[in-house]
Write a protein that binds this ligand. Structure first.
Ligand SMILES: [Zn+2]
Length: 159
């Protein structure tokens, strides 16, 4: 069975038709103009990828909701999110229903990523580890204080 390869045929491109789609089966990639080659060979010709246009489609149980929001913010959000605007807002609303959500802005997300934390699960693990280390640290400090006290008592009794 043939599937879409989500690439344009590089051989057609070389002949001046850059928008002929490639299909693929388990072995070959081929186009309707008769070009055909094994996957690796076709890929070595640097075919242009077809960007997946994800057209937003509401689900059957979805309703359109009215939300009061700053007009400029709304405009900017629609601009920058494009097709992801509706699913993003919908998933935010859904998150609010699953307990109290923790929202992180882009700057904070970038800082977390730089520190090697890539998702919520890793955040939780990091905070847990921090609590564990803090508790260990507290125990060690208490022990150290205890020993210092003993030492000074011992020194005093010697002197
Ligand atoms: Zn072709």
């Amino acid at each position: 069975m043939a599937d879409r390869a989500f690439m344009y045929c590089p051989l057609c491109r070389n002949q001046g038709s850059p928008r002929v789609e490639l299909n693929r089966d388990n072995v070959d990639m081929f186009c309707p103009m008769g070009h055909k080659a094994p996957h690796a060979q076709m890929l070595s010709l640097n075919p242009e990828m077809i960007k997946m246009e994800v057209r937003f489609k509401p689900g059957i149980n979805d309703v359109k909701a009215e939300v009061w929001v700053n007009s400029e913010v709304l405009m900017r959000a629609k601009e920058s999110l494009g097709e992801r605007f509706h699913p993003t807002v919908a998933s935010l609303i859904r998150s609010c229903m699953a307990g109290e959500p923790v929202l992180i802005d882009g700057q904070q997300a970038a800082e977390l990523r730089e520190l090697g934390v890539k998702n919520g699960a890793e955040m939780v693990a990091t905070v847990k580890l921090n609590a564990e280390l803090s508790a260990q640290n507290e125990t060690l400090v208490a022990k150290l204080n205890e020993w210092e006290e003993r030492m000074s008592k011992a020194m005093a009794s010697v002197g």
